[in-house]
Design a binder for this molecule. Structure first.
Ligand code: ADE
Length: 223
């Protein structure tokens, strides 16, 4: 999969993809991430990319031309399955959306800033709008990083133990069951016997029951 990200803050996206699982995904050749500085696509003085909004009001709006230049010059090289705009008024990201996007070939992400982007970009170029939650960030970059992380780990072949993504919270609309590691006992707090039993059928059943219990208690809306 190839992911291109258009941003006015490329510095914010330098580090999140250079660690752990996303780093491994790139090393294995399963994921390519390219960030593009929107200012490089401005034809105006001082590489301007924002302007006052028509009708008045506080806050700047990302201009049409640099964004269109950026999108079209990338589209001339890459065929994208989706052009995704990160915005608080988009569809709220969940595991189902992450699963769907992880099966795509190429994605183009557009990070908003200021008051947002000129509406005509949303109408004519954007194919999907995603929010990472009901709160407002100062820009779409951290949301893009969250989205890339959620998608990247699901790309087939990225996780070493292929089953581990299947047991994630939300994967079956259930939260994940509790997990334990060594030691078996600490301050008298014991690991549940079933996990030490070696009986995999019993362990699977226990995990499923625990996941169901936890979901009923914490997120009944998922059931
Ligand atoms: N940009 C600003 N806030 C955002 C959010 N919650 N999700 C996605 N993009 C955003």
């Amino acid at each position: 999969m190839r992911i291109d990200i258009i941003t006015v803050q490329p510095g914010l996206l330098e580090s999140p993809f250079s660690h752990s699982i996303l780093k491994r995904a790139q090393t294995k050749g399963l994921l390519e991430i390219h960030t593009h500085n929107l200012r490089d696509y401005s034809t105006l003085k001082h590489q301007q990319v924002d302007d006052y909004q028509f009708g008045g009001g506080a806050g700047m709006v990302m201009m049409l031309e640099p964004v269109v230049n950026a999108i079209e010059s990338l589209q001339a090289k890459v065929k994208y399955d989706e052009v995704i705009y990160l915005t608080p008024d988009g569809e709220t990201l969940n595991q189902r959306i992450a699963n769907q996007l992880s099966l795509k070939g190429n994605l183009l992400l557009l990070c908003g800033h200021y008051k947002g982007i000129d509406e005509r970009i949303r109408i004519h170029f954007v194919t999907k709008e995603i929010s990472i939650g009901d709160y407002v960030l100062s820009g779409g970059e951290l949301a893009a990083a969250v989205l890339v992380d959620a998608i990247g780990r699901l790309i087939p072949g990225v996780l070493n133990d292929e089953t581990s993504a299947l047991l994630d919270s939300f994967q079956d609309n259930l939260l994940a069951p509790p997990v334990y590691t060594r030691p078996e006992e600490f301050r008298g707090w014991r690991v549940p016997d079933v996990l030490l039993s070696g009986d995999h059928k019993k362990i699977d059943n226990w995990r499923h029951d625990q996941a169901l219990e936890r979901t009923k208690e914490r997120r009944p809306d998922l059931l």
